[in-house]
Design a protein around this ligand. Sequence first.
Ligand code: SAH
Ligand code: SF4
Ligand code: F3S
Length: 477
Amino acid sequence: MKLVTNSLKILQEEDKENLDVARISEDEKSTASRKLYIESYGCQMNFADSEIVASIMRQNDFATTSKIEEAELILLNTCAIRENAEQKVRHRLQHLIPFKNKRKNVKIGILGCMAERLKTKLLEEEKIVDMVVGPDAYRDLPNLINEVEEGHKAVNVFLSREETYADITPIRLDSNGVTAFISIMRGCDNMCSFCVVPYTRGRERSRDAHSIVKEATDLFNQGYKEVTLLGQNVDSYKWKANEDETSIVTFANLLEMVAQINPDLRVRFSTSHPKDITDEVLYTIKKYDNVCKYIHLPAQSGSSRILELMNRTYDREWYMARIDRIREILGEECGISQDMIAGFCTETEEDHQETLSLLDYVKYDYGYMFAYSERPNTPAAKKLKDDVPNEVKSRRLAEIIARQREHSFERNQLSLGKVHKVLVEGFSKRSENDLSGRNDQNKMVIFPREHFKKGDYVNVLVTDCSSGTLKGHAVIE
Ligand code: SAH
Ligand code: SF4
Ligand code: F3S
């Protein structure tokens, strides 16, 4: 069975850059008698979780739909990373009130990180919510739905030390049929002081390596050409088949196992942590042509003083040394992107200048940049003062974004006149005469369609670029 349409619907176009977009479920062809509508917010891991939820629900006679008016169950899979991520969900719930008033039998569930953070408080604050389910409790959904149908409100926010959903085959939602995400671990043990994730996702645990390889192999056999291995800190992936220490699978080992499935299956991964990314991982990336030469390496700040307050456990020099090593082993062309936070507690103008100078040093290909948003109960909220005024945060953020845009353009210009292997993901947004896909370094490339189609690898000579995309035409090599 293949559920493939190209129905990515971005509800909040303006937020595309920071990944806080909502994705909605698509129409599943199934004999299931009941309809479920899921909207997902936040990071790729949340989108991957919605695919697990769809799979669990399928076993319980629910099929997903893209038409909210058809659904008897509406699920919002939520994010809590910044205050505006939660605001978005609250607004969405406001919009759903008249809808639910008209159709009393419709039930609404909140899943994901906001559910975990707010727990029963969500039921008190948002009266239309029937069910609150944390990220480790999705197997319990069928029971919780029964409870709701019996007229009760239902909550399960239990965080597990073991749950990885390893045995559940996700139902691909919003799929282009070419690229797919695979969760390889859950949770995070890092305790960066600004971050809510350790509280919403629980302790770090790695998924059975064989189940990951099997999922990737099945995807390849169904026609997929690229998998992205997902975790909050993929470099600390560690799984043991048994108590024997020689059976340990590290991230470098896992990457190699997935790369060996087939040279035509591209492998990406996200997110790497500067303190944990090892030379062994870098050499594994180098060894396999199908492991993409692209590393997302969040910095968060260029100031060692701020990095320490953030509890990132590396300083500016360590970070720069990791960048040097990446370039030494993988070459100047390896794509590198960042996450950066502007206006963290006590950040001075000098600290901010250090962030800008780190950008100048690295010249990232791409970046995801945010103004600091204090999250209740995090170490920063408890111990530090959120003392940078909003106007200053916004101005610094704008300066970081502008600098990054210059660098993206500069880095993209290095691609001009070169041939790139592009995996076609679909039509370009503007025209069905053009195709779009990504190159090794994760850059979007647009080129005339000719006889090519989705899923093809095409050699494209790049002749033009902006800060966001490369343009060119297919060549025979
Ligand atoms: N595990 C990844 C990041 C996950 S969250 C890592 O360690 O890099 C994604 C990004 O959101 C973070 O990298 C950070 O830049 C941003 N972020 C997290 N908490 C934030 C907060 N309280 N305010 C603003 N941005 C935040
Ligand atoms: Fe949050 Fe830090 Fe974990 Fe990333 S590594 S999820 S920023 S605590
Ligand atoms: Fe958001 Fe949770 Fe992901 S807080 S960024 S959905 S892990």
